[in-house]
Design a binder for this molecule. Structure first.
Ligand code: ZN
Length: 238
């Protein structure tokens, strides 16, 4: 039923709003594509020999609480991935989020540990931020991943208890301090997530401080095993 609803919603949206490239607004030749071929060719995937990937592995896995990390794309300022992230705010944003999530889900399926995952958890926003923005982009991605993996998405197990300042101008050490103890499993989460193998999802990993702090709370307070995933990874200078 949800699949039929998604398709119906997509059909209505493409009728009301003729599909255009999310990045450059030209009419899209391939049906259902989010980007035109020219913009699509500028999307850079994150490969396992990418220095950004090495850095994320070191901070999140070797020196951090995660068992592994998967990201789909490189985030470039003013690039097509930024345009896709920006599109989440506007019409059809839910559909864009779910489709990006589904693409990441396909990458996760290729990992040997994919069958171990029991639940998908988006990195939560503080409730004040959620009220201001109206949606949590990580949740949209988590729902796309959940549909590909056939897994439940939990949005009530862990919450953000501190409304941290914007991180864009902070370095890694400052960001770590900024988000330290920002996440706390709620009473229900301590029970429902206890001992589970979790896929923790965020939109963009820059220094990794946010997803690291959230994973740390899940590992230390609920005994979870955590795999991390993000749609994109960004250079700190992006
Ligand atoms: Zn384009």
């Amino acid at each position: 039923m949800p699949v039929i609803c998604d398709r119906l919603r997509e059909a209505i949206l493409s009728f009301l709003f003729p599909p255009v490239c999310t990045c450059c607004a030209t009419l899209l030749p391939p049906p259902g594509a989010l980007l035109c071929p020219a913009c699509h060719s500028r999307v850079q995937t994150i490969t396992q020999d990418d220095p950004l990937f090495f850095l994320a592995c070191r901070r999140l896995c070797e020196d951090g609480p995660c068992a592994d990390v998967v990201s789909a794309y490189r985030f470039e300022k003013d690039g097509p991935v930024q345009a896709l992230m920006h599109a989440l705010k506007y019409r059809g944003g839910t559909m864009v989020g779910r489709r990006l999530g589904a693409q990441l889900g396909q990458l996760i399926l290729m990992r040997p540990w994919a069958p171990m995952i029991e639940v998908v958890v988006p990195v939560p926003l503080h409730r004040a931020r959620l009220r201001e923005r109206g949606y949590n982009q990580a949740e949209l991605f988590a729902r796309g991943i959940g549909s590909v993996l056939g897994l439940p998405v939990s949005t009530s197990g862990i919450r953000r208890i501190r409304c941290t300042q914007s991180q864009t101008t902070l370095g890694y050490a400052e960001r770590q301090g900024n988000v330290h103890s920002a996440f706390e499993p709620c009473l229900r989460g301590r029970h429902t997530l206890r001992g589970k193998t979790v896929l923790l999802v965020d939109d963009v990993i820059t220094t990794g401080a946010t997803i690291r702090a959230c994973a740390m709370a899940l590992v230390e307070k609920t005994g979870c095993k955590v795999f991390a995933a993000s749609i994109a990874q960004a250079d700190q200078d992006s």
